[in-house]
Design a binder for this molecule. Sequence first.
Ligand code: NAD
Ligand code: 6OD
Length: 484
Amino acid sequence: MRQYRNFIDGQFVEGIGTFADVDPVTGATIAEVHEAGAAQVDAAVSAARAALNGPWGRMSVRDRCQLLRRVADLIDERAGDLLAAEVADTGKPEPRALALDITRAAANFRTFADTTAAEGVESFLLEYGEASQALNYALRKPLGVVAAIVPWNLPLLLLTWKLAPALACGNTVVAKPSEETPGSATVLAEILQEAGVPDGVYNVVHGFGKDSAGELLVAHAGIDGVTFTGSSPTGAGIMKAVASRVRPVSFELGGKNAAIVFADADLDATVEGLSQSIFANTGQVCLCTERVYIERSVFNEVAGRLAERARTLKLGAPDDPETTTGPLISLAHREKVLRYLKLAEQAGATVLVGGGIPDLEERLAGGCWIEPTLWTGLTNADQVVREEVFGPVAALIPFDTEEEAVELANDTEYGLAAVVWTRDLKRAHRVAGRMDVGIAWVNTWFLRELRSPFGGTGLSGLGREGGRHSLDFYTETTNVCVAL
Ligand code: NAD
Ligand code: 6OD
């Protein structure tokens, strides 16, 4: 059986016990994961501190960024190993995982190496008194030892989205991958080591959140900041854990994202785009659309065509080239999604498509499968339209005016992403700008420019990452004021 050990100070080490890593496609155990206890978390934080005070801390930005470009090249070279680990843990279709997760991991390292290497020094000339001047310049320094805690839906993409800028800025990192997806973070340790990243710069501790490695890590006095992607309640708990030590946090949390479809939209592109934004990664992307507001005059047409498109999705094994849609991550998560299917039914929803557990071939019977599901007949008052499901589901709701559409879309405690579908350019800008979210797309979804700010408002997060925004989080500044 494959073993995923903690990676501390350049060594793969055991912990306080093991837990099973389960394949969501079949339900089979595929690896044993070594859970970190207090001693391992402490060792990881100490190793990260020592590396920060050692050669890593003294390395020039240029050399550091060159090393990270080497990491990106090695990710490309070892794409097969990363893909195998990621697919075994998540059950994603292989071509999708290669095109998105693995490719983005390398892009994250290249982008943040380039962005950081090109960063200048902010300076101001102060003029004061009769004819006096002072030069102010702000030096950026690493934040320190960063705890990076990530979820299971895009494990490698989200880990490297944090790790690459953190390392580019000269920090050291203790990462805690999700207990559901320990694989790719562990393979990445081998890659960083092969690239020549010094021991202690990147450490991995495995385990759960509560009463386990996650809580131990965020409560550790040696942590200088926490970057976290995951659910809003967990984010709130982490905030409390670091509050007494006043440590900075960057949070990318949940969403209940809306799409607005105006009658003037290109409906072919809209239906295809919605099919992506609702069902991609089996609805397990924080940016996925779970609420679709459709102008009444095209409601029946869009709903009908979208349901037809959903029926073409092919659930299946990751290595089947026909597969478009994998399983949910776990049976526990499927139970949660099934509870929402029940709630929709109790609220009087009409199920246009899906609504339950699919009937699949024998070898997939132990997997975490769920049918892509669309509902009509719900309103914003229904619990299932207010809470994040994180599965391949969406409620389709009609609207009559632009004003109503904006109000409906913004009527949520979350504020991560929105999509506006229209051919009217003025309306596109007008409505996108009024979305109370961190990211508003027009006539597309999940198109990412990695230098742009990424994050959410309300329950969806705190702070922005991406390009210079990441550099702001991963650095402290010292302003030097020199009287001339
Ligand atoms: P989760 O919050 O349960 O867990 C995320 C990570 O936090 C895991 O590694 C987990 O072990 C750890 N954790 C849990 N409790 C902890 C604690 N008390 N202290 C420290 N660590 C703890 O989330 P999940 O179920 O893994 O992921 C799904 C959620 O993540 C959804 O809500 C989704 O919207 C969100 N998400 C958001 C983004 C974004 O960019 N905004 C991206 C991906 C996922
Ligand atoms: O694309 C990204 O950089 C990013 N952070 C995506 C998050 C997806 C959430 O599941």
